[in-house]
Design a protein around this ligand. Structure first.
Ligand SMILES: [Ca+2]
Length: 81
């Protein structure tokens, strides 16, 4: 489970996105933590599951709205032609 600072939050997602986009590298422990579904790959599916995990713990807040925008952005970035 993502545990860069002991809390799963937006910063973890940003770091994973940077890893996927090739902007930064996760170390071995971070990679293991980021591989949320434990399939040996850190990708968009892990981000979606992490976001869902966060949303399960957050309902109404500005963070929730921020995450919705982030998810829309991710979908556009990865799934648009
Ligand atoms: Ca994975």
């Amino acid at each position: 489970m993502t545990n860069f600072d002991g809390i799963i939050d937006i910063l973890d997602i940003v770091r994973i996105i940077n890893q996927i986009m090739g902007n930064s590298e996760l170390n071995e422990d971070e990679f293991t933590a980021a591989d949320f579904n434990a399939d040996g790959i850190v990708d968009i599916l892990d981000i979606i599951q992490i976001v869902n995990y966060i949303l399960a713990n957050l309902k109404k807040s500005t963070t929730f709205l921020w995450l919705q925008l982030l998810v829309l952005h991710i979908h556009f970035r990865f799934f648009s032609i």
